[in-house]
Design a protein around this ligand. Structure first.
Ligand code: NAP
Length: 344
């Protein structure tokens, strides 16, 4: 028996991903006696495990830690019979049922229905040297790496809620925190933006982008080259004869907070339709069904707009209900197919 179960076994439902969407799907599917298998993926627990307090999840007036919310969700799903396994789907064969999922460790899992709740991962900005320095003073997670930057001057790149959250968190450790944003207006929600803008220890560099990161794996990050232009998005302007301003700054850490990209690489060669941004396309109307019958989407992987913990939990529950209904209908579907074959 392998970690993800017996290869000959056909599961009713497999849930790829163990963030809030996957866990919510697991609670619902387990309560429907579908004994779901949750493949935890490369970042078990998903994005909430990297966040501090979640203040807008209904039912927690004082807020709740992201990690705590995830741990509680996992316990809840297990209590109803969900099974968890380490595993990341590398390839999916979705043309025929049962679907076949090949994991990165070579194991094969077969299932009648698949809920894709693989979430999204941090986007990188494309600055020079970021490949070399990621993990060496360059980070996408202030809550994970902030404590390494006691007394440092640090930059936070981005203008959304993630960047504001990172900047606020980093004020606990860093000597100075500077938010570098490519436009002159934040995208963050008003409450988060006000908190950061009113914070004495956070400075803002507007209309500025990160061009290059200085340092090495031995020294860590030592500085950065910033590009500014009064009309914003200076990187786009630098090759057009525009008067961009270049500045070198000394910093000991750089944090990216520039959004996320959906984790759908394993679906690229399957009939599941993806949008231009790589998100899972769902059918029209209030449903989590995808273009492949029996494959459902939940959470950030199918949601380019809302991307909240609570909406992910909502679409997770919808995916489990949709999968349950679809599995219930399948005996009829099989009978219809047999009747059709018999009349040929
Ligand atoms: P986001 O809202 O998409 O913001 C990404 C930011 O990064 C934008 O300001 C964007 O600039 C900038 N950006 C993107 N690509 C860039 C690049 N290549 N170079 C420089 N800047 C770049 O992403 P997010 O902040 O991760 O938030 C995602 C969702 O999660 C939102 O719905 C948010 O409300 C939610 N969230 C909530 C909380 C909370 O409530 N505590 C915390 C985190 C996230 P432009 O503005 O110019 O596009």
């Amino acid at each position: 028996m392998s970690d993800a179960g017996n290869a000959a076994e056909i599961r009713d439902v497999v849930i790829a991903g163990s963030g809030v969407a996957g866990l919510s799907a697991a609670v619902y599917a387990a309560r429907a006696d579908l004994e779901p298998l949750v493949l935890e993926g490369p970042e078990p627990g998903g994005q909430l495990t990297l966040t501090t307090d979640v203040e807008n999840f209904l039912g927690f007036p004082e807020g709740v830690g992201g990690m705590e919310l995830i741990q509680r969700g996992k316990e809840q799903a297990k209590r109803f019979g969900a099974e968890f396994a380490h595993g990341t789907v590398e390839n999916a064969t979705l043309e025929d049922r049962p679907f076949e999922l090949t994991l990165t460790n070579g194991e094969v899992v077969r299932t009648g229905a698949l809920i894709v709740a693989t979430g999204a991962s941090a986007r990188w900005v494309g600055a020079e040297n970021e490949d070399e320095l990621m993990g060496y003073g360059l980070s996408t997670c202030a809550t994970c790496d902030g404590a390494f930057h006691r007394g440092d001057d640090v930059l936070v790149i981005g203008g959304g809620d993630s960047a504001m959250e990172e900047a606020l968190f980093l004020t606990k450790f860093a000597e100075s925190v500077t938010v570098v944003h490519r436009r002159d207006e934040l995208r963050a929600s008003e409450v988060m933006a006000d908190r950061a803008l009113e914070h004495d220890d956070i400075q803002f560099r507007w209309n500025t982008e990160l061009l290059e990161i200085h340092g090495s794996q031995e020294t860590g990050v030592t500085g950065a080259t910033l590009l500014s232009h009064p009309d914003g998005r200076p990187k786009e302007k630098r090759d057009d004869g525009n008067d961009v301003e270049r500045e070198e700054v000394d910093v000991g850490g750089i944090f990216y907070g520039v959004g996320h990209v959906p984790n759908t690489d394993f679906l690229e060669d399957t009939p599941v339709e993806l949008s231009d941004s790589g998100h899972l396309e769902t059918l029209e109307g209030m449903t989590t069904e995808t273009t492949v019958a029996g494959v459902f989407g939940a959470g950030d992987v199918m949601d380019p707009d809302y991307r909240q913990a609570i909406t992910s939990a909502g679409t997770g529950s919808m995916a489990a209900l949709d999968a349950e209904e679809w599995l219930d209908k399948r005996p009829d579907e099989a009978t219809q197919e047999l009747l059709a074959e018999a009349s040929d």
